[in-house]
Design a protein around this ligand. Structure first.
Ligand code: BGC
Length: 765
């Protein structure tokens, strides 16, 4: 590694400013006289979109493997496999001369309407963080960098360049930042890409709290922060806020602004130097990996196939699947011939080859006769003739397989969906076909949940195929014919209808802002806590076999938060074919100081079992599995008490429950202040020590004053004004309650509370 400090000392102010802005759409600015090379970045995240000319943003990219998109990856819950995908991506980056791949995306799926949800993993931050960390570790293990994006609270496409996500600190920490935090701590991505939007009124590209305070200082991020393409509005504010590298370039005007700001004293040169240091460190690190060569196209296609097989989810099966002896199969839907395997936008890959679903089905169906009808057009028009043709094929067949792809005009980067529906034609097609052919299988290709109420009861089986990558056609055929036993489980809830979704009343915002009014309660956290029915719950997926859970154990019934606790359970394959089960562990806090979701995913494991085989699964739950972010303490806290550990096959299929007792080791600072309520004084250990002895005195004075003078029992709890006065007083600031009693006090209530505060704050010192 070069001596970066000595290079910085030799750089001119102009060179430093230029380094902090790109030289082209995809490269850093080299400083030849000092031996600083250029670094090349490319989109991501589920394939390498390397445009041959770095001055072009969107020309056709060089052929590369198109792996399944993040919705499918997360549905595999397979961290080892995702790591392998990362390694393969890195091999392709090396062959295509790419230093840093722009991905993965770790944003939460706040609403199923998010146009870019296909690029994101989950509605759950724990799962998304695990996935992001493993793909980053895979890529970076081969000496290629990543860009964890889009930091932060970029959960919609509507006005994504300008809208302000209005989200409280606790929700940010527990929901929207956690996946980023996990990925940074577990994998140290070389770069983090800030998002376009504002967060609580400040552009993410200028956000000191998010970039400097949290990402760099608190989480210890060592790499560089790059802007999303075109996300910088004020270059100097962005540098001060912690944004190191602006993309794309060149941007002569921005370079001049930085130079002028240093000269005028608006920007401390030390701030610029720190960004330069971070950029140089990554540039030189990237150059340690020699580039160019070839990659194994067939092996990567095979890996893409394997991942697609693991990520597909069998949502419904009345016993028709796997297909067996059917001789006539009607294959309906244009996605059978034109595979729909990726989404639109910056992640769009030029695949090395594509498995055609129809051909792959024919290969598995052997001698059976397959017939084909297109079923629906490319556009949004309604074509009864196409439906009629499909119906007549379906009628004369043993089974109908419908390949239904949500079209790009309904789902893509750049715009959100307006509903959860398939097209009118697709719905009519499914209904008409399943009416004449009850043995109808629907195979879906989409990046996010769709509503199925209108047609699901009429069909025999539904396979969620996602945006399955270039080899997904093989995976579909294998699953349909039972060559592969499906094992994927949902990384996001499928709601019954749009109006059920958590942010429904606050989506997509307007007048420059979108309020995250549902707070912590997104995805299953919302449906669970509200006790609402859903179409398919988080964590759900069927198999061709069945699993039994038994013998649940915890390493300790009572444990310290810092030690955590390990959960084990025996899982047995009780069916006739081999299969994989995804065991999920959720934690339910029985009692907490602040409101918490009903339960939260805190661990999972995937286990492969032969028929009759049993394996013990072990999952460790650490401090964070029990903690929540307290906005007043400004830290993650644990509270003493009982927690239920739910060992589950999905968020609504709890197989075993154990209760454990946590002992918090935290010595929390006293946060009582002038506005603290009586209840808060009593709950705080120092407050209780200092104020506790006076509580009874204050209570009896209050009851007397509001008791109407009587001594009888009614007045003891109800008062002359028809209420229990202490129920009200307990949630009033101590000072306000004392104001009512000031005649009886030796000093003014404010002085008295100030005195108590001095005492409590000196206790911990
Ligand atoms: C997208 C990023 C992408 C960048 C470069 C932006 O519009 O939001 O995800 O990496 O373009 O193509």
């Amino acid at each position: 590694m070069k001596n970066i400090q000595s290079i910085i000392t030799k750089m001119t102010l102009e060179e430093k400013a230029a380094l902090c802005t790109g030289a082209s759409h995809w490269t850093t600015t080299p400083v030849e006289r000092l031996g600083v090379p250029e670094m090349i970045v490319s989109d991501g995240p589920h394939g390498v979109r390397r445009v041959p000319d770095v001055n072009s943003i969107a020309m056709e990219s060089l052929p590369a493997t198109c792996f399944p998109t993040a919705s499918c990856l997360a549905s595999s819950w397979d961290v080892d496999l995702i790591r392998k995908m990362g390694e393969a991506l890195a091999e392709e980056c090396i062959a295509l001369n790419v230093d840093v791949l722009l991905g993965p995306g770790a944003n939460m799926k706040r609403s199923p309407l998010g146009g870019r949800n296909f690029e994101y993993f989950s509605e759950d931050p724990y799962l998304a963080g695990e996935m992001a960390a493993s793909i980053i570790n895979g890529i970076q293990s081969k000496g290629v960098g990543t860009s964890l994006k889009h930091y932060a609270a970029n959960n919609q496409e509507f006005q994504r360049f300008s809208i302000s996500a209005e989200v409280d600190e606790r929700t940010l920490r527990e929901i929207y930042l956690t996946a980023f935090e996990k990925a940074v701590k577990q994998a140290q991505p070389w770069t983090v890409m800030c998002s376009y939007n504002k967060v609580n009124g400040t552009f993410a590209s200028e956000h000191n709290h998010l970039l400097n305070e949290i990402l760099k200082n608190e989480w210890g991020f060592e790499g560089l922060v790059v802007s999303d393409w075109g996300a910088v509005r004020d270059r100097v504010a962005a540098l001060n806020g912690g944004l190191d590298w602006e993309m794309p370039g060149p941007q002569d005007r921005r370079v001049k602004e930085v130079v002028d700001a240093v000269r005028s004293g608006k920007l401390d040169e030390a701030v610029l130097d720190e960004s330069v240091r971070r950029i140089l460190r990554i540039v030189f690190k990237a150059k340690e990996t020699p580039k160019n060569g070839t990659f194994d196209v067939d092996a990567h296609h095979e890996l893409a196939h394997k991942i697609a097989s693991e990520g597909m989810i069998l949502l419904k099966n009345n016993g028709l699947l796997p297909l067996k002896d059917q001789q006539h199969i009607a294959v309906i839907g244009r996605a059978a011939e034109n595979a729909h395997f990726q989404g639109g936008g910056s992640s769009h890959i030029n695949p090395t080859k594509v498995a055609v679903p129809f051909k792959e089905l024919q290969a598995q169906a052997k001698d059976a006769e397959l017939t084909y009808a297109e079923g629906y057009p490319t556009d949004n028009s309604f074509r009864q003739d196409m439906i009629d043709q499909a119906v007549s094929l379906a009628k004369s067949s043993d089974v109908a397989v419908l390949y239904i792809a949500l079209p790009t005009f309904k789902e893509s980067e750049g715009y959100d969906r307006t509903d959860l529906d398939l097209t009118e034609q697709q719905v009519a097609l499914i209904k008409a076909v399943s009416k004449v052919q009850p043995k109808t299988v629907v195979v879906l290709n989409n990046g996010a949940p769709v509503a199925m109420n209108e047609w699901i009861d009429g069909v025999a089986a539904v396979l969620e195929g996602w945006m399955m990558g270039q080899a997904g056609g093989v995976a579909i055929a294998n699953v349909l014919f039972g060559k592969v036993n499906p094992c994927g489980k949902l990384a996001e809830t499928f709601p019954l209808k749009l109006s059920d979704t958590p942010p429904h009343l606050n989506w997509p915002g307007g007048a420059g802002e979108v309020r995250y009014g549902e707070g912590l309660f997104i995805g299953y956290r919302y449906y669970d806590t509200k006790e609402m029915p859903v179409l398919f719950p988080f964590g759900y997926g069927l198999s061709y076999t069945t699993f039994a859970y038994s013998n649940p154990k915890v390493s300790a019934k009572t444990f310290k938060d810092t030690d955590g606790v390990t959960v084990t359970v025996d899982v047995k394959n009780t069916g006739n074919v081999s299969g994989k089960e995804i065991v999920q562990v959720y934690v339910h806090d029985q009692k907490s100081g602040l409101v918490r979701p009903q339960k939260e995913l805190k661990g999972f494991a995937k286990v492969e079992l032969k028929p009759g085989e049993t394996k013990t699964v072990s999952i460790h739950l650490d401090f964070r599995a029990f903690a929540y972010y307290h906005p007043e303490y400004k830290q993650w806290i644990t509270e003493d008490g009982d927690f239920d550990i739910l060992i589950a096959a999905s968020a609504t299929d709890i197989r075993q429950t154990l209760t454990v007792t946590l002992e918090s080791t935290l010595n929390l600072p006293c946060i009582l202040d002038k506005e603290s309520t009586i209840r808060e004084w009593m709950a705080d250990p120092s407050g209780n020590a200092v104020f506790g002895p006076f509580y009874t005195q204050m209570e009896s004075a209050a009851r007397k004053m509001f008791g109407g003078g009587g001594d009888n029992e009614r007045y003891a709890t109800e008062s002359a004004i028809g209420m229990d006065i202490m129920e009200m007083f307990n949630d009033m600031p101590l000072v306000s309650v004392l104001m009512f009693q000031q005649d009886a006090l030796p000093m003014h209530p404010e002085d008295l509370v100030n005195g108590l505060l001095m005492q409590v704050h000196s206790l911990g010192k």
